[in-house]
Design a protein around this ligand. Structure first.
Ligand code: PHE
Length: 366
C-alpha cells in the first residue's frame, strides 16, 4: 500500500515536470510499459494471497487508470503548447510596414545635362546628337583643322584602327575629341536659320587627374542666321548662366532678408577674353563670376573672381564653306562647354573622376 501511494506521488511529480512528448513517453514506459513499475505490480498479483490480491489489485488498477489519465491530460497540454508555438511563429502581422524598395536615380551628369537642355530649349534651341566614333574629316578637316596643322595638338586624339581589308577607306576613324563635328553634320543637312545644342561624350588621350578624364561630356551650341552677332551670344549665355546657377525665383510674399541678399552677393556676370580656335573667328574664352566668392576673389578662382567656363566664337567662313553654305549669306556663333565642369561648379565637386567611379557613397548624394 505504502509503495502504491509513493509510486503515485513519484509518477505524478514526473508527469508534471515533463517538458515534451518525448519525456512523457519515457515516463509512460517507466510506469506502464512492459517492464513498467505499475505493470510489474499487476503481474506480481498472482503470487499473493487471495485477500491481499483483491485489495492490492484494486489499488494497483486504480493507480494505473490515474497515471494513464494524467499522462493523457499532460499529452494534450503539451500538444496544445506546441501548436500555439508554431502558430506564434507563423503569425503574420499585416500592419507591419513593408520592406522599402530602393529606387535608383539619374546620374548627376544626366541630371545636369537635362537641366542644361531645359534652359536652352526654353530659348528655342533644339537638342541634337552625333556619333561618338567620328571620321577625321568631321572632327578636324571640316572644322578648318587640316592635316599637319599644329592646332590638331590641342586635341590629344584616340585614333581607331582602320577596318582590316578595306583599302578604299580613305578617311581615318577616331573617338571624337569634341562635339564640334556635329555642327558640320547638322548644317550639312539642315539649312539655316538654326539653333541647336549638342550634348555628348567626348574622348581625349590624356593622363587622368582631378580635372582630366579620358572621357567626359560637352555641350556644343550653334546659332546661325542672317545677322547673328557676338551681342546675341552674350545675351544668351548670360541668360543661361543666370537660369542654370541662379536660385529659384521667390514669390512676392516672401521678400529676401538682408542676410540672404548679402550671401547672394553680386549678380552672375560673364566676360569674354580673346582666344583661338580654328573653327571660329574671332574666338574667345568665356568667364563667369566665381560662384564660391561671388566675384570677390578666393582660392577656387586664383583670386581673380572669375571662372573659365567655355570656348566660343563666331563660326569661321571655312566651316560654312565645308558644308556648302555661302559665308556671305550667313553668320552665327558656336560654343563648347564641359558638362562635368558645370556639374563640378554647381555642386562644388573637386575631382572629375568621382563621376566615373561608380562609388555609391558619392552618387547617393544626388
Ligand atoms: N570644341 C572646342 C573644344 O573642345 C570648344 C569650342 C566649341 C570652341 C565651339 C569654340 C566653338 O575645346
Amino acid at each position: 500500500m505504502v509503495k502504491i501511494i509513493s509510486l503515485k506521488k513519484e509518477a505524478q511529480k514526473e508527469i508534471k515536470k515533463a517538458k515534451d512528448l518525448k519525456e512523457l513517453d519515457q515516463i509512460f514506459k517507466k510506469y506502464l510499459g512492459k517492464r513498467g513499475k505499475i505493470t510489474q505490480i499487476l503481474r506480481s498479483l498472482k503470487k499473493l494471497k487471495k485477500e491481499t490480491r483483491i485489495k492490492i489489485g484494486k489499488e494497483a488498477n486504480l493507480l494505473k487508470k490515474i497515471v494513464e489519465e494524467n499522462i493523457r491530460e499532460k499529452a494534450e497540454k503539451l500538444k496544445e503548447k506546441a501548436r500555439a508555438e508554431i502558430l506564434k511563429k507563423e503569425q503574420i502581422d499585416v500592419t507591419v510596414p513593408g520592406k522599402k524598395v530602393i529606387l535608383g536615380h539619374l546620374h548627376p551628369l544626366t541630371q545636369i545635362q537635362r537641366k542644361v537642355e531645359e534652359v536652352f530649349q526654353s530659348m528655342g534651341f533644339s537638342v541634337v546628337e552625333g556619333p561618338e566614333i567620328e571620321t577625321e574629316w568631321y572632327n578636324f578637316d571640316a572644322l578648318n583643322i587640316p592635316k599637319d596643322h599644329p592646332a590638331r595638338d590641342f586635341w590629344n586624339t584616340l585614333w581607331l584602327k582602320k577596318a582590316t581589308g578595306d583599302r578604299r577607306q580613305e578617311t581615318r576613324l577616331l573617338l571624337r575629341t569634341h562635339t564640334s563635328p556635329v555642327q558640320v553634320r547638322f548644317m550639312g543637312k539642315n539649312p539655316p536659320p538654326l539653333r541647336i545644342i549638342v550634348p555628348g561624350r567626348v574622348f581625349r588621350h590624356e593622363a587622368t587627374d582631378a580635372s582630366h578624364e579620358v572621357n567626359f561630356y560637352q555641350i556644343e551650341g550653334l546659332m546661325v542666321d542672317k545677322n547673328i552677332s557676338v551681342a546675341n551670344f552674350k545675351a544668351i549665355i548670360q541668360k543661361f548662366f543666370k537660369k542654370f546657377f541662379g536660385k529659384p525665383a521667390r514669390g512676392p510674399l516672401r521678400p529676401r532678408s538682408e542676410a540672404s541678399e548679402a550671401r547672394q552677393g553680386r549678380p552672375i556676370k560673364i566676360r569674354l577674353r580673346p582666344s583661338y580656335f580654328p573653327f571660329t573667328e574671332p574666338s574667345f574664352e568665356v568667364d563667369m563670376t566665381c560662384l564660391t566668392c561671388r566675384g570677390k576673389g578666393c582660392s577656387a578662382c586664383q583670386r581673380t573672381g572669375w571662372m573659365e567656363m567655355m570656348g566660343a566664337g563666331m563660326v569661321h567662313p571655312n566651316v560654312f564653306k565645308a558644308v556648302g553654305l555661302n559665308p556671305k549669306d550667313w553668320q552665327g556663333f558656336a560654343f563648347g562647354m564641359g558638362l562635368d565642369r558645370l556639374a563640378m561648379m554647381k555642386y562644388k565637386i573637386n575631382d572629375i573622376r568621382l563621376f566615373y567611379s561608380g562609388d555609391l557613397r558619392f552618387l547617393n548624394q544626388f
